[in-house]
Design a protein. Structure first.
Length: 171
């Protein structure tokens, strides 16, 4: 289930993550700016190796992840990832997405998230949720355009909760 997409002269491949992608994921995470890492993890810390192993060695019964890659001097290079994990609420999953800094604002986030939501629908999920910082205008703009409702978090003033009814959603 791999697709390609051309942006300018660059061909972007979007495909499910594989266990063999750990080195790609590590290089990708290490290349993120502090600001982008902060927006993704909602904290200034960097993911540990153990967490990165969890990111690539996913449990297909409860998780799904798509990565975006480009060719860089004959080697595959990761430029983005979007994932969901099913929550304890039946039919619901929580998503996260992050792109390399130089790939932000070029339509890739929309493309990856639409791919992820389509996969979630095929997987029989009914509801997709996410959480983002109140100042993350880019994430909120993308979520709004895809039909998410944006709600204030009842406990944390700095957070916005994103909620999409997948039964009403189509790509
Ligand atoms: C948030 C993120 C995934 C969005 O992806 P992106 O590729 O930058 O966004 P896109 O270029 O696909 O934009 C999607 C739409 O949102 C709009 N948009 C994006 N950023 C925007 C901003 N800062 N302000 C207003 N609108 C914005 C675009 O105009 C576009 O609208 P269109 O489809 O009608 O043209 C990406 O910027 C990113 O990885 N940011 C850092 C990590 C992060 O914040 N992750 C989310 C944590 S919850």
């Amino acid at each position: 289930m791999s697709e390609t997409w051309s942006i300018g002269d660059t061909v972007v491949t979007i495909r499910p993550i594989a266990r063999s992608d750990l080195a790609l994921e590590q290089a990708f995470v290490e290349g993120l700016s502090t600001h982008t890492g902060y927006l993704r993890l909602l904290s200034a810390r960097r993911p540990t190796l153990e967490e990165m192993e969890h990111f690539t060695h996913i449990d297909p019964a409860r998780e799904f992840a798509l990565i975006a890659t480009v060719d860089s001097d004959g080697r595959e290079r990761q430029i983005g990832v979007a994932r969901y994990v099913k929550t304890s609420t039946e039919g619901t999953a929580e998503f996260a997405i992050v792109l390399s800094d130089s790939w932000q604002g070029r339509g890739l986030g929309r493309r990856l998230l639409v791919g992820l939501l389509s996969a979630a629908k095929r997987d029989g999920l009914q509801r997709m949720t996410g959480a983002t910082l109140w100042e993350n205008r880019g994430m909120q703009a993308l979520a709004r355009k895809l039909g998410f409702k944006i709600e204030r978090d009842p406990d944390l003033a700095t957070l916005r909760n994103l909620v999409l009814d997948l039964t009403e959603w189509s790509a």
